[in-house]
Design a protein around this ligand. Structure first.
Ligand code: SF4
Ligand code: SF4
Length: 171
């Protein structure tokens, strides 16, 4: 059996995707930069709302803090390496084995063609990483529960002031 060995090529740190930060990521990152949560949020993140439409009927809106980008890459990518490797956020630690890896066939195929570490694995090698994706799934559920309990207000959860969000439609 082969194992996933990230080559740290930086490929998944640039392009169209975004790094979604959970509230504990935001707090950890702020602490590691010796910044207040407000200072960290202002300097390094954007505020977005994902708008999704289920079966062409009801719309849902979920707020997220995402890492800022510079020249279409994460603001912390320096010389093709992660400059915050020791304290990078949950999504980065778990990439590519986040919840969608085993549920979104199209996205998985895209990753298998573009991530040099995944290219070395066979289908049967991937199953061992399903528990990691499940952890990511649980984390998403916890996040949605936290939002529900706090009237979907990230300002309330993080005790910060946020700018007007950018609304991003997702299919
Ligand atoms: S694309 Fe794959 S090999 Fe490159 S940094 Fe991302 S996870 Fe690692
Ligand atoms: S925090 Fe690091 S690993 Fe995550 S996207 Fe940015 S540069 Fe890449």
């Amino acid at each position: 059996m082969n194992f996933f060995k990230c080559t740290a090529c930086g490929g998944c740190c640039s392009g169209d995707g975004s790094v979604f930060l959970y509230p504990d990521d935001v707090k950890n990152l702020a602490e590691n930069f010796s910044l207040t949560v407000q200072e960290f949020v202002d300097k390094y993140t954007d505020f977005v709302i994902l708008e999704s439409c289920e079966e062409g009927e009801s719309y849902s809106y979920l707020p997220y803090i995402v890492m800022k980008k510079k020249k279409n890459a994460c603001v912390f990518l320096k010389n093709k390496k992660c400059s915050i490797h020791d304290f990078k956020p949950f999504q980065c630690k778990n990439t590519p084995f986040v919840s969608e890896f085993f549920t979104d066939e199209e996205w998985r195929k895209f990753l298998m063609k573009n991530c040099p570490a995944l290219m070395k694995l066979k289908e049967e090698d991937l199953e061992q990483y399903r528990p990691l994706a499940q952890v990511s799934d649980e984390k998403n559920k916890e996040y949605e529960l936290l939002l529900r309990r706090n009237s979907y207000s990230l300002e309330k959860i993080l005790e910060v002031t946020l700018p007007e969000p950018k609304i991003i439609p997702v299919s």
